[in-house]
Write a protein that binds this ligand. Structure first.
Ligand SMILES: NC(=O)c1ccc[n+]([C@@H]2O[C@H](COP(=O)([O-])OP(=O)(O)OC[C@H]3O[C@@H](n4cnc5c(N)ncnc54)[C@H](OP(=O)(O)O)[C@@H]3O)[C@@H](O)[C@H]2O)c1
Length: 301
């Protein structure tokens, strides 16, 4: 039995479907409020991607990363755990709870979804929190794998495209930094391999897309895909902060995002975020999805 924590995230839902397709028994941790609002437990309703292509369904268990006792209960009979959560001011405590629960439950492998750059030390809070969690896991004595994905390609259709104004411009504070953005389905495929195939315990994998793109490069691809002029305009952090707050993000989230992009800028055009690794092809046997692939499969917006 594999317990997936964060099973309704983009990576998590694709992972659950992949594991079911591989014939694994899967349990998804859901928070009580979400379980109630999704029409009850035990079925696929409300769990979107939790159904394999053959019709197999994941079971669900109620729990919360803030409550270690609920995690120990959720890990009853579980051999392996996949751990991911939303970015949150309490995320380090949450992930420590899950690692402690896995140790108490004598879980055989914990795979943690981290972020590219977490192994190098960074002033950005988003990355720092992952570094702290990864170090805690490495010292826990549990067999582990750490998966470090770069920025998600899915941010482009979900956030960038809707932000394009009537003048064709979208705004950001990435400067000239190039980022090898990665498809979340590809990250899930890597996680499925390390969870189900032997020989990965103790490894850390940097997971990137096939090409490093600046936001000017993204604008050029969007213009091509949307069939109209699109341009990227770099603006000061304060302007981005106001826009993020205006879009309803909390001050903590807005500042964490700005810190991440400051880190991209600081690392430069060919910095750490521009690296292209062979992890996806090496582990899954297929090439990583590009922005062009994603845009070709995305309904026009
Ligand atoms: N966005 C990027 O470009 C990017 C790039 C690299 C790495 N990352 C990292 O990827 C991770 C996921 O980010 P995301 O934006 O994809 O997340 P997300 O869509 O917000 O999903 C997060 C998942 O965490 C679960 N969760 C949140 N709080 C929980 C709690 N207290 N107890 C149990 N489960 C909880 C959510 O459950 P519910 O479904 O019940 O809400 C959801 O399934 C983060 O660690 C982030 O730092 C993000």
């Amino acid at each position: 039995m594999i317990l997936v924590i964060g099973g309704r995230s983009k990576i998590g839902s694709a992972l659950v479907a992949d594991l079911l397709d591989r014939g694994e028994q899967v349990r998804v941790l859901v928070r009580a409020a979400e379980a109630d609002s999704s029409g009850g437990l035990g079925g696929s309703e409300g769990l979107g991607g939790s159904v394999g292509s053959g019709g197999a369904v994941a079971e669900t268990v109620v729990g919360d990363l803030a409550d270690e006792g609920s995690l120990v209960a959720a890990m009853d009979g579980v051999e392996k755990v996949f751990l991911l959560s939303s970015p949150h001011p309490d995320a380090v405590r949450w992930h420590r709870n899950a690692i402690d629960a896995a140790r108490r439950s004598e879980v055989g492998l914990l795979v943690r979804s981290s972020i590219l750059g977490a192994d190098r030390g960074s002033p950005a809070d988003f990355i720092n929190a992952h570094t702290e969690c990864d170090r805690y896991l490495e010292k826990s004595g549990l067999p582990f794998v750490i998966v470090r994905p770069n920025l998600f390609l899915q941010n482009i259709p979900e956030s960038t495209i809707p932000s394009i104004g009537a003048d064709g411009a979208f705004y950001g504070d990435a400067g000239e930094a190039r980022i090898s953005m990665v498809d979340t389905g590809d990250v899930a495929a890597v996680a499925a391999v390390v969870l189900t195939e032997p020989g990965h315990a103790g490894a850390g994998y940097d997971v990137t897309g096939p090409e490093a793109l600046s936001y000017a490069d993204v604008a050029a691809q969007l213009a091509e895909s949307l069939g109209r002029p699109v341009s990227y305009v770099d603006v000061p952090d304060d302007a981005v902060r106001q826009a993020l707050l205006g879009a309803g993000l909390t001050a903590w989230f807005a500042d964490a995002l700005i810190g991440l992009y400051q880190d991209y800028r600081r690392s430069g055009r060919d910095g750490y975020a521009a690296q292209v690794t062979g992890t996806i092809a090496d582990l899954t046997g297929r090439p990583p999805r590009s922005l062009a692939d994603l845009l070709a499969g995305t309904a026009p917006l």
